[in-house]
Design a protein around this ligand. Structure first.
Ligand SMILES: *Cc1c(COP(=O)(O)O)cnc(C)c1O
Length: 368
């Protein structure tokens, strides 16, 4: 019998996560010069990484022969100072995806369910299904989470509620008061994951203090990442903040050395480089404006985004994407998210945004 048939049915039913196409892969496939390709497909930071983080990572290379600090003390201390939480309220992950998986591993099993929104981040259904739990997808409203419907979808067997704010790939955002009201209404035996991978990109008026909710909600886990505004996607480091009780459970299912020493050192330095985060924020605002103006000029509609990316409606997105790839422009098709008419474009540097708009205009012209 085929070895694949030996895996449980819920594992065999998983469709793999589709990452953004790497530059080198497109260069090989199309015979293009990698230097001429632009990638606006994985919501990476176009400014690169903070110089302080780079220096800390380089210095940490000397420690590579040793296992890293499995407790991540230095980074956790930095996070505690930054966010005003206690050491036992922090769990570190190999990217925040790792933290999301820890939640699934700790709380989900066959016979229970998890609730998430239509068009929500793909890792929620994947992590849910990998544990053999049932995913309950709640229809979106204008592409955004329908918070009331998500609350209503919670069943007695529901153990996890996944919320992305802002959401990826839609960029949709709910104000803090609405998220807080939802969490206040959720039964205390349901873990609420508030995934805030793009929180540093929120405008000042959009920001809200969800960490202050943890004291009265031991079931709340706030997830953040160093992959986006901090520019450390390739190092894989993220974290979760919650009650000591919840964090303790997540640490039990965590691999002891899940974050490398280089990543720990770089992340701690990045956290202190506020100037880099401020510049990332400003560059993102400017790039968002540039893309919105360009889309408007092309007669396209888009979904207003609070992140560092924007979903634009282009019609036959698969065909447009093929033309963009041939022109050396990598963006993200999101048909797998139930959005076959949209492409998700990460905000780039001004020159990259201009090149995307030009290639998009040409691709749309060829389509008509
Ligand atoms: C990018 C992203 C993450 C973070 O991924 P990492 O594993 O930290 O690189 C988490 N949630 C959402 C919604 C994201 O878009």
């Amino acid at each position: 019998m085929a070895i694949a048939a030996q895996a449980p049915a819920h594992i065999r039913a998983i469709s793999p996560y589709q990452p953004g196409k790497p530059i080198d892969e497109l260069a090989r496939e199309m015979g293009l010069d990698p230097a001429g390709i632009i990638k606006l497909a994985s919501n990476e930071n176009p400014l690169g990484m903070s110089a302080a983080a780079r220096a800390a990572a380089a210095a940490a290379l000397a420690e590579v022969p040793r296992y890293p600090d499995g407790n991540g003390y230095v980074l956790k201390q930095a996070l505690c100072r930054h966010y005003g939480v206690a050491l036992d309220q922090v769990v570190l992950g190999n990217g925040s995806n790792d933290v999301l998986e820890l939640v699934a591993r700790a709380f989900l099993a066959p016979g229970c369910s998890a609730v998430y929104a239509q068009h929500a981040f793909a890792v929620y259904p994947l992590a849910t299904q990998a544990m053999g739990a049932q995913g309950i997808e709640v229809a979106a409203r204008d592409y955004a989470h329908d918070l009331a419907a998500m609350r209503a979808a919670i069943r007695p067997d529901t153990r996890v509620l996944w919320i992305a704010n802002p959401n990826n790939p839609t960029g949709t955002f709910h104000k803090g008061a609405d998220i807080e009201a939802l969490i206040d209404s959720v039964p205390p035996d349901v873990v609420v994951v508030l995934d805030e991978a793009y929180t540093e990109y929120l405008a000042p008026a959009q920001r809200y203090d969800c960490l202050s909710w943890i004291a009265r909600h031991p079931n709340l886990l706030v997830c953040r990442t160093f992959s986006k505004a901090y520019g450390l996607a390739g190092l894989r480091v993220g974290f979760g903040l919650g009650s000591a009780e919840l964090i303790d459970l997540l640490n039990r299912v965590r691999q002891p050395f899940n974050v490398s020493g280089v990543a720990l050192a770089a992340a701690a330095a990045a956290l202190d480089d506020r100037d880099f985060v401020d510049r990332s924020y400003a560059a993102n605002r400017a790039g968002m404006g540039q893309l919105e103006a360009g889309f408007a000029a092309l007669g396209l509609r888009w979904i207003a985004s609070a992140g560092n990316f924007i979903a634009v409606e282009v019609g036959d997105a698969a065909a447009i994407n093929r033309r963009l790839l041939a022109a050396g422009v990598i963006v993200r098709p999101i048909a797998g998210y139930g959005m076959p008419r949209h492409l998700r474009v990460s905000i780039g540097l001004p020159g990259e945004n201009a090149r995307l708009l030009e290639a998009l205009g040409a691709a749309l012209g060829a389509a008509t």
